[in-house]
Design a binder for this molecule. Sequence first.
Ligand SMILES: Nc1ncnc2c1ncn2[C@@H]1O[C@H](COP(=O)(O)OP(=O)(O)OP(=O)(O)O)[C@@H](O)[C@H]1O
Length: 431
Amino acid sequence: MQISQKQGNKDFAIMLNAYDCPAMLVTPQYQILATNKHYLESYGAIDQSQKAYCYKVSHANDVPCDQAGETCPLSLASASDKKERVLHIHHSPHGKEHIDIEILPILNDKGEVKFFIELLKSVTQANPKIGNNEMVGASPAFNQLVENITRVAPTEASVLLVGETGSGKEIAAAAVHLASNRKEHPMVILECSGLTETLFESELFGHIKGAFTGALYNKQGLVEVAHGGTLFLDEIGDVPYELQIKLLRLIETGTYRPVGSRETKRSDFRLICATNQDIIGMVERGEFRRDLYYRINVFPIHIPSLKERKQDIPLLTKTILQRIDQSGQYSVTDCAISLLKKHDFMGNIRELRNILSRALVLSNTPIIDHHVIKTCLEIDRKISGDSGSTTDLKNNELNYLRRLIDSVDGDKDKAAALAGISTRSLYRKIQ
Ligand SMILES: Nc1ncnc2c1ncn2[C@@H]1O[C@H](COP(=O)(O)OP(=O)(O)OP(=O)(O)O)[C@@H](O)[C@H]1O
């Protein structure tokens, strides 16, 4: 616990220790009067030789956040006289961090705000700097996403993640699960597209031996595995209409029957669904059950496309590069990043990842420059049939694919996956 000697306010400062997270006592003039023991453990002592202001300590700013064009929790709580909550990126001894801030105004008997208690909860599923597995980003669209995830995660509400392909729906589902009270239990994923009725049912509910031809053993369903944890249904819009009623029954009652069994089982899971389709349009066209839509759509979260968060491209590029090449020897030039920023990423972050995987193969040096990125982007356009078919481009593509195959020791399935094309197309192209 740290108390500003000049201000005293010891009683308030002692109270801060009752919070199980870092907390500080702040005046309406932004001055930090005290911090609790969790604050000290997480962020260290504040220099009290001069007045410590929250905007200086947490943001390294010289003016309050609202004067720097950001939301200021203090001014929000002053205006409402109520508890407020915002997501901020703080500077800390560990670098930049997403922090979920809760701020409580303390009023005197005249109803004037005397102090604020600021609670700071670190959001570990998001990272505004290069990170290992978490979602990274620092743009307003990304911060809004993190704020939504942080709010809904501790509740039991069903979440519907809506976003374009490759925009990060699965990683967002994992972030919700990891920030929930169910994080010690599994998150089970079912990819709903392309499943026949029998397969869907037996995957989800399990089956007993002899339930259908080929059912040689009893098989546990994913719903059972998800007990206590989270069930993530990816591409929910692809569940055939006839099967939607079974899903509805499961969600409404928490009960199900393994295929071929008369026994009714029960599972307690939190539901997260994802789609890249216009699911409301599907409801209106009668392709998706309205009752099921209302069940899965308790808390919808929009996953921004890369187009909506172009300013995250430099950070994402560096992070993804580090994740695909753990030797850490590769770097990207500013010119290459500018080129990436101009690209229209229809496949979003997955496309960015593919392009960077290709760049590693094509680059002759550990410095990935704009020439390499340009070639990777041109190959992409060529593969999707969207550009002039110059001989150069064809040769580039051929060279690239050959080097890609060499780099994975001749494994053509792996090379095709890296190039984002089918193995058949790969064979056709290298003939
Ligand atoms: N914010 C992020 N920070 C770092 N990597 C990310 C982020 N968002 C997505 N990715 C990466 O981008 C790739 C695609 O993400 P993900 O699989 O979650 O997308 P998706 O929307 O579920 O895709 P699909 O629509 O095909 O199911 C993954 O490699 C994932 O790790």
